[in-house]
Design a protein around this ligand. Structure first.
Ligand code: NAD
Length: 257
């Protein structure tokens, strides 16, 4: 229960990695704020379940991470923000010459600019509290590239750059900023890429997973949302006090290739 009394705000956390991170931070004792752009009963129920399961305060706050003012309002409405996990993200796969401009704008806004806005709003809150952790969920695609993912790769490389600047601007304070770079994790974001890939290559689901998705992941296994949550708990712990401005790959060896 190392994080008892801390509040963690996790963007894009009603699904996938964000939800897994929220659960692991709550398991470590943190109060959590869940977020997405919807405002459904099941969103609030997720927070309620986490609160009950781990004995922490858990809330769900609707905010659209494609809009700068809503990103900032999320931090304001959260009240406190000791740990900020910038996780919200979307994907679109197409060649540059066919990439819809609106998709480019949405990916840059949600996957990159949202982290600028939430961080800008959270740093004064962390400074006032005298402690803080900013954890950006980048990607192996923040360090390497793949064809047909121009907006995603550009945004994730941007997240790694923003991480370094945030770390330098807070270097003399008890605040750290790091990026986690996951390889493939089997979440709805990745599930959505499977049918198109099956059709494109004329492969069945298992073959797509083995020969396309995990082709660059030497472990031949997906990373799990629990493993990513555990990495966040580590980065929020005192063992990570001097870890700042860097990337931690959770990618089964992808970026060692
Ligand atoms: P996911 O689709 O399961 O979750 C994405 C989350 O972001 C959801 O909660 C969704 O509601 C939220 N979101 C989307 N648009 C939003 C908006 N406008 N405002 C607020 N919330 C919004 O996907 P995931 O795989 O869990 O991805 C989470 C993060 O991890 C993303 O940043 C993604 O790029 C990154 N990532 C994922 C993988 C992977 O293999 N799944 C690998 C590397 C990095």
């Amino acid at each position: 229960m190392t994080l008892r009394g801390k509040t963690a705000v996790i963007t894009g956390s009603n699904s996938g990695i964000g939800l897994g991170i929220a659960r692991e931070l709550a398991k470590a004792g943190a109060n959590v704020v869940l977020n997405s752009f919807t405002d459904r009963d099941e969103d609030h129920a997720l927070a309620e379940e986490i609160g009950k399961e781990f004995g922490v305060t858990a809330r769900y706050i609707k905010a659209d991470m494609s809009k700068g003012d809503e990103c900032r309002a999320l931090i304001e409405k959260s009240g406190s923000c000791d740990i900020l996990v910038n996780n919200a993200g979307i994907q679109h796969v197409a060649g540059i010459d066919e990439f819809p401009a609106a998709k480019w704008d949405a990916i840059i806004a949600i996957n990159l600019s949202s982290s600028f806005h939430t961080t800008a709003a959270a740093l004064p809150v962390m400074r006032k509290a005298g402690w803080g952790r900013v954890i950006n969920i980048a990607s192996a695609h923040g360090l390497t590239a793949s064809p047909y993912k121009s907006a995603y790769v550009a945004a994730k490389h941007g997240v790694v750059g923003l991480t370094k600047v945030t770390a330098l601007e807070t270097a003399e304070e008890p605040i750290t900023c790091n990026a986690i770079c996951p390889g493939y994790v089997l979440t709805p974001l990745v599930e959505a890429q499977i049918p198109d890939t099956m059709e494109k290559y004329g492969m069945d689901r298992d073959t797509v997973i083995r020969e396309v998705l995990l082709e660059r992941q030497p472990s031949k296994q997906f990373a799990t949302v629990e493993e990513l949550g555990g990495t966040c708990v580590f980065l929020a712990s005192s063992a990570a006090n001097q870890i700042t401005g860097t990337t931690i790959s959770v990618d089964g060896g992808w970026t060692a290739l």
